[in-house]
Design a protein around this ligand. Structure first.
Ligand code: MRU
Length: 358
């Protein structure tokens, strides 16, 4: 998708320098910086500090992390150890482990001389696949937006939470892909963008990427969604997923659950858009999903740009105050109208997911 009218993907491999290029998302929307990842440590650090984030992009970065480990030291023990550290870099998005496991399986038993080529091809394949899946999610989700538009004959108001946009994936996004497809088709859409405290990813990333694609959007505080739904100003909610269980329960950015409750209370359709790489077939009870707890500094401090164009962090409450910073929550399947996947739209239920993917 576009930044300043130029097409980008969120991650790519530069053959000449043998490095991985990423867009540093911690600097957006104020600064657009392309950063080089030269070592597996750089890849781990980029995931931990959220220079790259969003379940599918974390998966893509981890795949390239294995490539960087091989470039650094083509040695079985080093690659094994690197794969473990990559998996541990963030706990909740299942794409991370899915991607590293897939890479390790692919290179297992490959001759030393060929391992780099095999790994690089697989990392590219994982990223290309994600791009194609997200495109298909968009085409499938487009039908839902189109139906609403055909009934309403007026702008379709869509609420999304956090950033499940192209910046969270390789391209297109999950929740935003149907929106981009509708916009490209000429259907009038407007997006309510939850700011998503504490990191303001809705405001900093979703609104930014929608602006670059000229999709009308309005930032709202996280708690505004409920009243907008009561007022009939939200036609549909579309969110992303970091891990979807075979039960249909969806783990996503903190606050998704409260949006789903508000949507349920107001008969607003609540859809989750996800590629199959986000499915976890092993955990059956949502209470077993590891929920990331991040540093409470993310709550007590806020970052922005000052009048001189300098990015600054300020502390917003007393140092004596204690804070709890949980990054994800789980929305039970009963509150989800449907799952928009690359294969089509299905009910958030075990039988529907098995029928579609197993
Ligand atoms: O903490 P983040 O920024 O990695 O979390 C992002 C989200 O929760 C997204 O909604 C999710 O990864 C879906 S990505 C298309």
């Amino acid at each position: 998708m576009k930044i300043e009218n130029k097409e980008y993907r969120t991650i790519w491999f530069d053959e000449q320098s043998q490095t991985v290029k990423i867009i540093d998302q911690t600097k957006l929307p104020h600064k657009f910086i392309i950063k080089d990842l030269k070592t597996v440590k750089d890849a781990i650090n980029a995931i931990k500090t959220m220079e790259v984030r969003g379940a599918p992009l974390i998966g893509g970065t981890a795949a390239y992390g294995i490539v960087l480990a091989i470039i650094e030291k083509n040695n079985d023990n080093f690659i094994q150890e690197s794969s473990k550290l990559l998996i541990q870099s963030r706990p909740t998005a299942i794409n991370l482990k899915w991607s590293v496991d897939r890479m390790m399986k692919k290179i297992l038993g490959t001759k030393n001389k060929e391992v780099l080529k095999v790994a690089l091809d697989e990392a590219k394949k994982i990223c290309n696949e994600d791009e194609n899946f997200c495109k298909s999610i968009g085409l499938n989700g487009l039908k839902i937006i189109e139906n609403i538009y055909n009934k309403k004959n007026d702008t379709v108001n869509i609420l999304t939470h956090c950033n499940a946009g192209w910046l969270a994936t390789i391209n297109w996004g999950t929740a935003t892909s149907p929106i981009y497809h509708a916009h490209k088709k000429g259907i009038p859409v407007h997006v309510w963008v939850d700011e998503t405290r504490p990191r303001n990813q809705g405001a900093n990333l979703t609104s930014f990427e929608l602006n670059e694609e000229e999709v009308p959007n309005t930032i709202i505080a996280d708690n505004t969604g409920g009243i907008l739904m009561q007022r009939g100003e939200v036609d549909i909610c579309i969110v992303g997923s970091d891990r979807t269980l075979s039960t249909g329960d969806v783990c996503n950015k903190i606050g998704t659950y409260l949006k789903a409750l508000a949507a349920h209370d107001n008969d607003v359709p609540f859809y989750v858009a996800l590629p199959s790489s986000t499915l976890d077939w092993n955990i059956n009870n949502f209470k077993d999903i590891p929920i990331e707890e991040r540093n409470s500094d993310e709550l007590s401090q806020i970052e922005g740009i000052d009048e001189d164009g300098k990015i600054k962090k300020v502390t917003i409450y007393s140092k004596k105050s204690k804070a709890l910073n949980l990054a994800f929550d789980v929305t039970p399947a009963k509150y989800i109208t449907g799952l928009i996947t690359e294969k089509g739209i299905c009910e958030a239920s075990s039988s529907a997911l098995h029928k579609m993917f197993k």
